[in-house]
Design a protein. Structure first.
Length: 315
């Protein structure tokens, strides 16, 4: 079982539009409403892969109730933490050429009692978990050290923990040695405080995060592939993608693929790459099922192409 923790979940509305013209009436060609938040997406991808998952998340108001209903309809077990605030609603506009515009609301502010209840709910749900995946931004009221506390409690319970966050929350959590962290290129550059121009730059940055506490780093480099660095070495994975419909949740799908494949080594990296590549070919934040994966299109090598420029350098 994979337990996910989403401190700032959302109700996500995705509209497919031919193009986005400011000041004009834009008519959507497609619409989706999905439960959102990075940990929620991981649970959705784990379920699509045929594995059991439990989603821990604070929920409030009508949007929170709808998030719970949508997750239940997808066969996902929900461990809700009731909060007084209202769960945020986000909007994504996906253009025909693959450009995505997102409007993310801030979300409710959690009280000290709600923060502690969230931690206690994770504790009560963690027995029997193979992994705890803690994902996304922290809502108002939670200090950057909140994830560090969660990592410490998970390790005290003997459970491995994967962390997908950024900024001060990521840096604070490193001291508790999370089992894997999953930054994208921009988050990796922010963590080390310098631009990343090549795959080699990303490799050095990942090694630095390991030096400051991360036991493994799974870095998403967008169209350039994914990089895994752990105590056994480094691997680089790529997959050809002909058409990109939406990259919403692609990184979350990658993390789910990594964890369901054991969360270690080149085989897990290959699963992460296959899941990420499949996700970008699907509309909105649809998570790929096994039939959507193309493992034959994935290449994983221990020969990391350090000199290869990143197509989208991270500052």
């Amino acid at each position: 079982m994979i337990l996910t923790v989403t401190p700032n979940p959302s109700l996500d509305r995705t509209y497919e539009v031919p193009s986005l013209d400011r000041g004009e009436v834009v008519r959507a060609t497609g619409e989706r409403v999905d439960p959102g938040g990075k940990g929620v997406n991981v649970s959705r991808a784990v379920t699509a892969a045929g594995r059991r998952t439990v989603a821990v998340l604070p929920l409030g108001g009508a949007p929170g109730a709808l998030v719970a209903d949508l997750l239940d309809a997808q066969g996902i077990e929900v461990a809700p933490v009731p909060v007084a605030g209202v769960t945020r609603s986000n909007i994504a506009l996906a253009e025909a050429d693959g450009v995505l515009t997102k409007i993310n609301a801030p979300g409710p502010e959690l009280t000290p009692a709600e923060q502690e209840l969230l931690l206690d709910t994770v504790r009560r749900q963690s027995p029997g978990a193979d992994w705890i995946a803690c994902c996304g931004s922290l809502p108002r009221g939670l200090a950057p050290s909140w994830y560090a506390e969660l990592v410490a409690r998970a390790h005290a319970a003997g459970v491995r923990i994967a962390l997908d966050t950024s900024g001060p929350a990521l840096l604070a959590a490193l001291r508790e040695r999370p089992d894997v962290v999953k930054p994208n290129a921009e988050e990796l550059a922010e963590a080390v405080g310098r631009p990343l121009v090549t795959v080699g730059d990303a490799l050095k940055a990942a090694e630095e995060l390991r030096g400051t506490g991360a036991r493994a780093v799974l870095a998403s480099l967008g169209a350039d592939g994914q990089l895994l660095v752990d105590d056994a070495g480094a691997w680089f994975g790529t997959a050809a993608v002909d058409t990109v419909r939406s990259n919403v949740g692609a990184g979350d799908s990658s993390l789910a693929g990594f964890l369901v494949a054991g969360g270690r080594g080149p085989e897990a990296l290959a699963s992460a790459v296959a899941h990420g590549a499949a996700a970008v070919r699907l509309p909105g934040s649809v998570m790929p099922a096994p039939a959507d994966l193309d493992p034959a299109a994935v290449t994983v090598t221990a020969e990391v192409p350090a000199d290869r420029p990143l197509r989208e350098p991270a500052a």
